[in-house]
Design a protein around this ligand. Structure first.
Ligand code: VGL
Ligand code: ZN
Length: 202
């Protein structure tokens, strides 16, 4: 059994002052650094959108951030422009110990599809390649932390559990956006998928 720590989207744009700030997003950085220090394998994900990405409200006439839209792959929340490739906001939080990462996987680069999950784009079928990477390294167990608990952490945890990994989400090292009940729905969905939700010592 080998466990990897998956650090999801701890980027400037998801921290206070950023374009899509998650409340308390930067509070998790120190605890994640401590967890990384003792981890067997560390993978960072980085939300990485081209300008004009289809998940941005600004790409749709008459739409505002947090509106919903029907995409060919299902419903999609529209976001403020965020994590644009090469921008300052797409950088990792400056205090995150990125040197500990074995791999950094970028996602959301396809202009037509959003990608919350570290394993699949939002059509739930286009792979990012992370599943193969983990398997070829013999990784069986995943601990997930980061931003946002109800979007990218949630989608990543559920997809990984469906793929047969044993997944634990450390809720104390995540923060949520919580749009219209999205946090409660995410917790329920993760539990149904067999994800273990931990709050720290457990
Ligand atoms: C995320 C919304 C849009 C996340 C990424 O990291 O949870 N949320 N892009
Ligand atoms: Zn995004």
């Amino acid at each position: 059994m080998t466990t990897a720590l998956i650090v999801i989207d701890v980027q400037k744009d998801f921290c206070p002052g950023g374009a899509l700030a998650v409340p308390g997003g930067d509070d998790v950085v120190d605890g994640i650094n401590m967890l990384m220090a003792g981890a067997e394998a560390v993978i960072l994900t980085q939300d990485w959108h081209p300008a004009g990405h289809s998940s941005f409200a600004s790409s749709h006439v008459g739409k505002s951030p947090y509106d919903m839209i029907d995409m060919p792959y299902g419903q999609q929340v529209l976001w403020p422009d965020h994590c644009i490739q090469g921008s300052l906001g797409a950088q990792f939080h400056p205090a995150l110990q990125t040197d500990r990462a074995d791999m950094i996987i970028r996602k959301g680069y396809n202009p037509a599809i959003d990608s919350y999950s570290a394993l699949f784009e939002n059509d739930h079928e286009t792979p990012t390649g992370l599943d193969g990477y983990l398997r070829t390294r013999g990784i069986t167990d995943l601990t997930m932390v980061g931003l946002a608990l109800d979007f990218c952490v949630n989608f990543s945890a559920v997809d990984a559990a469906k793929k047969g990994f044993r997944v634990t989400v450390r809720e104390d090292l995540c923060r949520a956006i919580d749009l219209e009940g999205s946090l409660a729905a995410a917790r329920a969905g993760m539990q149904v998928a067999g994800v273990t939700l931990e709050t720290g010592n457990g």
